[in-house]
Ligand binder design. Structure first.
Ligand code: AMP
Ligand code: MN
Ligand code: MN
Length: 325
C-alpha cells in the first residue's frame, strides 16, 4: 500500500467475538494485501483466540495470531466491522502505538476512531467496503479472497434476505461466485451445520421463550436466554448460541426479539432484532452497546430478569419518548 515502508508490519483487527463479516472481511482483505506484496502481516481479534467452528475452513486463517502475539507497534493497523474502539478490547492500544490507523466499517454509529475512516452505513457488510478498497488498489479477486468476502456478505445479509440486499449486493455476489467458489458448500458449513448437542440445547432454550404481546409498546416482544450451565450440560461451545436469534425472531406476534446469552464472566451478551417498527440500535446504545436499526446488541450485568427489565423499559421509552418515532 502506498506510504507503507517496504518491510512495514500490518496488523488487521476485527471486533471481539467475531462473526462472519468481521472474520471474512478481515481475512479477505488480508489475502488481498498479500497479493499486493505485503509480507509482514498479522490478523487478530481480542479475547480468547478461538475461531468459531463454522469459520475454521476460511482461507487466510494462517494470518491469524492470538491477541497476545500481535505486533505491539505495527506500521499500520486496519480495523474491520468495529463501530467503536470498545469493540477492540485490549487491542485498543494499537490505535496509539501504530504508525497509522485505518477503519473499514458499515455501522451508522461508527465513531470514526481511525486516522482514515472508510465507513459506509449503506453498505450491507464491511466486506462491501473492503472489496471496494481492494478494487481501488488494483487487487484482482481470486477464489480465496472471494470465499472470505462471500461468507461475510451472506452472513450480514442473512443469506441475501435482509433489506440491505440491494442490486449492488447481488452484483458483488456475482463477481465473487464467478471466481468458482461453491455457495452450496459454503452455506451448509456456515449456516446449516451444528452438533447434535446444539440441536438439543436449542430445543430447551426455545422451549423457555416468552412472548409478551404488549411489549415494545404493543409491537410485541419475544425473548429467551441461555446460561453457561446450558452450554456445559450439552457440551457445547458458546458460538452455537449465535444462531439462536434466527429461530426466535421468526415469531409472528412480535416485532422485537432478544436472546440473552451468559458469558464466561457471568455477564449477559444480548442480541436484538426488529422487523421494522422499532430501532433496536437506539435501545442497544442506551444500554451501552450498538449495532444497526434492525440488528443490535449490548452486554449487561445482573440477573436475566434485570437485563430483560432494562430492555423492556428502553423499548417502551424508545417508542414513546420525545422525538422518537
Ligand atoms: P449480534 O446480535 O451479536 O449478531 O449483533 C448484531 C449487531 O449488534 C452487530 O452489528 C454488532 O456489531 C452489534 N453489537 C452486538 N453486540 C454489541 C456490543 N456489545 N457493543 C456494540 N455493538 C454490538
Ligand atoms: Mn459484526
Ligand atoms: Mn458487519
Amino acid at each position: 500500500m502506498r506510504g507503507l515502508p517496504p518491510d512495514g508490519r500490518v496488523l488487521l483487527i476485527c471486533h471481539v467475538n467475531p462473526d462472519g463479516d468481521a472474520l471474512g472481511s478481515m481475512l479477505g482483505f488480508g489475502l488481498g494485501l498479500r497479493r499486493l506484496g505485503v509480507r509482514r502481516m498479522q490478523a487478530t481479534f481480542p479475547g480468547p483466540p478461538e475461531v468459531p467452528e463454522p469459520f475454521r475452513g476460511l482461507p487466510g486463517l494462517d494470518l491469524l495470531v492470538p491477541a497476545a502475539e500481535a505486533y505491539p507497534d505495527p506500521d499500520l493497523v486496519i480495523c474491520f466491522d468495529a463501530a467503536s474502539e470498545s469493540r477492540l478490547g485490549d487491542l485498543v492500544d494499537r490505535l496509539e502505538t501504530a504508525g497509522a490507523a485505518l477503519v473499514l466499517d458499515h455501522h451508522a454509529s461508527n465513531t470514526c476512531f481511525g486516522r482514515i475512516n472508510l465507513v459506509d452505513p449503506h453498505a450491507a457488510a464491511t466486506s462491501v467496503v473492503a472489496e471496494g478498497l481492494l478494487a481501488r488498489l488494483g487487487v484482482p479477486l481470486d477464489a480465496g479472497i472471494a470465499e472470505c468476502l462471500y461468507v461475510a456478505l451472506s452472513t450480514d445479509t442473512g443469506s441475501f434476505r435482509f433489506e440491505a440486499t440491494t442490486p449492488a449486493v447481488h452484483q458483488l455476489a456475482a463477481r465473487l461466485l464467478a471466481t468458482g467458489i461453491r455457495p452450496g458448500d459454503i452455506s451448509r458449513r456456515i449456516f446449516d451445520t451444528r452438533p447434535f448437542g446444539a440441536v438439543r440445547l436449542f430445543g430447551e432454550v426455545l422451549g423457555r421463550a416468552r412472548l409478551e404481546p404488549a411489549g415494545a409498546a404493543g409491537h410485541g416482544l419475544v425473548w429467551t436466554y441461555a446460561t453457561q450451565d446450558d452450554l456445559a450440560r450439552h457440551d457445547q461451545r458458546p458460538y452455537v448460541l449465535e444462531a439462536l436469534i434466527d429461530s426466535v425472531r421468526c415469531t409472528a406476534e412480535a416485532d422485537v426479539s432478544c436472546v440473552v446469552k451468559q458469558t464466561p464472566t457471568g455477564d449477559w451478551a444480548v442480541s436484538m432484532r426488529s422487523k421494522g417498527a422499532v430501532d433496536v440500535s437506539r435501545v442497544a446504545v442506551a444500554l451501552g452497546g450498538g449495532g444497526h436499526r434492525f440488528a443490535a446488541g449490548f452486554t449487561g450485568s445482573g440477573t436475566v430478569d434485570e437485563v430483560v427489565d432494562r430492555i423492556r423499559a428502553e423499548l417502551d421509552g424508545a417508542l414513546t419518548g420525545p422525538g422518537r418515532l
